[in-house]
Every structure is written in C-alpha cells, then in structure tokens.
Design a protein around this ligand. Structure first.
Ligand code: SF4
Length: 481
C-alpha cells in the first residue's frame, strides 16, 4: 500500500511543537545570572565560531539584548539557527564550569536564541556592510551554512558577493534538513534575508555546471568559494532498494519542512536504517507524525552508535524502537510497494561486522528511511574543477589556515571539506575561507570580528521578523515551483 498522511493538522502541529521553547524575559534574566562570566572561558574555546559567550550573556543580564545579539552575530552570522540546532550539550554547555559545580550548565543555546530572536522579531539590524564596495567580487557556490558564513563575512569586508544554489531557497540543511521540532524553516529563511540585506545577491534554481559554467564564474569573479556539501544518501546495495517507499531520510525531513505537516505521508510501520543524528531526526519525526512503530535498525551495538546520547534519549522518550546488531538483507515488496524487510543478526569481531548464519527473519514495514550516510560529490567536483585535489575519503584538500584548495582561486568549507560535521563548523569554515580570500586578494589578515563597532545602534525595522505569517506560504510557494 502507498503511504499516506496519518494525522489532522492540529495533532500534527502539536506533536511537532518546538522541544525547546523560547525563554520569557524573566527566565532569561535568571538563567543569564547563573553565568560566572569566566576569564578565559572554556565555553568560548568549545564554540567553533568563538562567540564571546560571557560577553553576550552579560549583556542579557544587563538588559542589552541588541548588544548581546551583535556580539553573537559578529562571530556567527547564523547565531539564531545555531542557537537551536547546535549540539550545545557537547560543545559550549558541555564545557561550562557551572556543569561541574551544579551538575547543570548555563543554558547558552537558549540564551543565544533569546538575544537573536530579539533583533529579528524587532527588525533591528546589527550587521552592516561598508557603503562603498572594494571593487572585488566573489562567487559562492552553495547557499548552505558554509556559503552563508563566507558570503556574510565577505560582504562586511566590502566585496560584491553572489551566491548560487540549485534549490529555490537558501539556508541548505538549516532550511531543508533539520528536525522540525528543533527549528522551523522560516528561521533559516529569515537569516538568509538578513544576509541579503548586507548586499549579497542570491541566484536560486541555478546549478553550477548546468545553468552556469565554471568558466563564466572564473571570468566574472575574482575568487570562488565551494560550499556544495554532500550528495544523496549512500545506496544500500540490497534487492528491493528501488521500491517507492524506500526513501532518503533527508528527503523525508525535507517533505516535513516544505509541506503542511498534515500532508506529509508516513508509514504505519517505519524502519530507519542507520543510527546517526539524521536517523534519530527521522525516527522521532515519523513517530510524531503518527507511525504506530518506528524502529532504528543498526548493524552494530548501542555502544557504537554515532548519534549523540541526548538524541538517543529523545528518540527513546518518543517511543522509537531499536534493533541493534541487525542488518537488512532485502526489501520485500507486494504489488510494487514495500511490505517488509528481510533482516539478519550480526556480530562484530575486530571491528568487522558479519552476518550470523541462520539468523534471518522477516519483519513487516511499509516505509524504509535510509540514514546510512551521504555520498561525497567527488565526480561532480572533479568534473567542475579539473585538477582539484581530493583526499582518500573524497574530501576537498585545503590549507586548514585559509581553506584555499589546490586551485589558487578556489576556496572551500563545510561538509565537502570536512566530510560532514555540524552546522556551526560549516559557518566557521566559511568565515575562515572569506578571510583567506581577502588575504589572497591583497586585503591583508583579519582577526576577531570584522564588524564595525556600532554599540547601541539600531537602524530601524528593515527585517520582517520571525513571526511574520507570510513567510511559510512564501516558502511553500517557492518550493512547489
Ligand atoms: Fe558562563 Fe559557563 Fe561560559 Fe563560564 S563557562 S562564562 S559560567 S557560560
């Protein structure tokens, strides 16, 4: 049977409500005053973008939310989305000294959200590009977190920046690939618009190599930034994989983010293959959209799973099932639709997984979500950029200090450089690449925030804010093109 939506609009919306709602002003004040404002604060060291965390928390404690947001956004232009999607438990909050003292860290992520929401909701611009551009221009390939980090930094350094992306909207994973209950897509879209107001031009529905050639880009721009991330899900390589209800988990998450929640089809019995953080996002959301059962199937043991433990706890709380030491051998179909998986138990010896002979069984499922990692885009990159060096894992080789690749005019950042890390790593690499480009083009080195200091400045209501109800329909209309 084809899969169908299972819930009415009200139930779906309630089930997908944010798991970390915003602080009230009083809650934020109380939380900010738990901070010890450490000298040489370990939380700063743990943040890939190096946000001055005690400084922004101090400003919240003093009631200066605009100044707090400025401190955040000058280091991390995607501070609003990172406040929601960063694994703070293992980054800044994991390093917080209050965690050792009280067993509960300062909630840095939620405070960061409190400050950044203030400027978006009130249309306050805290970042500015110079009125006069410097006459140089850069093409940014990919409007995901790395591309946006690079573009925003370059714009503030005075460059003309054009971002190309094959999707109808920017934001990359933040717009299309994050669990809905962590962040709504309009948060990411609003961040992209803020970067647009820095003077960055966005050309959507434009794939490099298809709609515009690299030769044209090299002719028209002084430097290029490659931030195209990873490709589609790895193939399983088992019979039945091409049945229609075998779906890339990231595609399933994109359905959730680009359609009304009550229109998202989901199976009654869902299998999620893999056990990373994308698998957790898929299993929890399928349960929240009405699946009777949703089960992670992982060929290794619980102790080996790559998902963060707090994500694992969330999935268990949502009623997800787990089949460890289990491998799919075949997707079984009936009348052209998924009916079941043929599974087998595994054992791990010397790190290698093998099937236990005679352990096979059949388990009924009607939706199979693949979360077994994404392909590297090695063929695309080497065809677009002949001579570009890749490492043995398919990542683009680069100078870690500048993000410059083996091709002098081409810089790189994000998943295609690091193989797949967090959003915040991609933003940091994009920013670093922007500074590498600036140095390569003779602009010299830049350290610390490049943002001109405009303490207390507010330029009025140019942003539309997170709560503008027109944005979701706009997004949906754009995506249905
Ligand atoms: Fe505040 Fe914790 Fe950072 Fe210290 S480590 S400055 S207490 S958030």
């Amino acid at each position: 049977m084809p899969i169908q939506p299972l819930l009415d609009a009200g139930t779906a919306a309630a089930n997908m409500a944010e798991i970390k709602p915003p602080y009230t002003p009083q809650e934020a004040l109380i939380e900010a005053n738990r901070c010890l404002f450490c000298f040489d604060a370990p939380c700063i060291m743990a943040c890939p973008t190096g946000i001055d965390i005690p400084s922004f928390i101090k400003k919240i404690a003093n009631g200066n939310l605009t100044g707090s947001a400025r401190t955040i956004l000058t280091s991390n232009v995607l501070g609003a989305s990172c406040a929601r999607v960063c694994p703070t438990e293992v980054l800044c909050e994991g390093a917080c000294v209050v965690l050792d003292l009280e067993g509960d860290p300062v909630k840095i992520g939620r405070l960061q959200r409190h400050a950044t929401d203030h400027v978006y909701e009130n249309g306050i611009e805290v970042l500015h590009a110079p009125a006069e551009k410097n006459g140089r221009s850069v093409a940014v390939l990919g409007a995901g977190p790395a591309g946006l980090g690079c573009a925003a930094e370059l714009a503030q350094l005075g460059y003309g920046v054009t971002v190309f992306d094959k999707k109808p909207e920017g934001g990359g994973l933040n717009t299309y690939g994050i669990a809905y209950y962590k962040m709504r897509p309009e948060i990411s879209i609003e961040e992209v618009r803020m970067i647009g107001r820095l003077g960055v031009e966005f050309r959507y529905d434009t794939a490099v190599g298809r709609d515009i050639s690299v030769a044209d880009l090299e002719r028209d721009f002084d430097a290029l930034f490659l931030g195209l991330g990873l490709g589609g899900a790895n193939r399983l390589g088992i019979p039945g994989e091409d049945l229609p209800e075998v779906v890339d988990a990231l595609d399933f998450i994109e359905w959730i983010r680009t359609r009304p929640l009550q229109d998202v089809p989901v199976g009654r019995r869902v299998a999620v293959l893999g056990c990373g953080n994308t698998a957790i996002d898929a299993v929890t959301q399928s349960k929240r959209l009405g699946a009777d059962t949703s089960t992670i199937i992982y060929r290794r043991g619980e102790e080996d799973m790559p998902a963060y433990h707090f994500e694992y706890d969330l999935a268990k709380a949502d009623g997800a099932g787990f089949l460890f030491h289990t491998i799919p051998l075949e997707v079984l179909g009936e009348n052209g639709h998924v009916k079941a998986l043929r599974l087998a138990k595994t054992e791990v010896r010397d790190g290698k997984v093998s099937v236990v002979p005679g352990s096979e069984w059949i388990e009924p499922f009607d939706l199979i979500l693949k979360a077994v990692g994404q392909e590297k885009q090695t063929e695309l990159f080497t065809s677009l950029f002949p001579g570009l060096k890749l490492d043995r894992k398919g990542r683009v080789e680069h100078d870690p200090a500048t993000m410059q690749t083996s091709l002098p005019k081409l810089f790189v950042g994000g998943d295609c450089a690091n193989g797949g890390r967090e959003v915040v790593n991609a933003v940091a690499e994009g920013r670093k690449a922007a500074r590498g480009i600036h140095a390569m083009l003779g602009g010299g080195s830049v350290s610390g925030p490049v943002q001109p200091s405009r303490h207390g400045a507010s330029d009025g209501a140019v942003g539309s804010g997170f709560n503008n109800p027109i944005r979701v329909p706009e997004l949906l209309a754009a995506m249905s093109k």
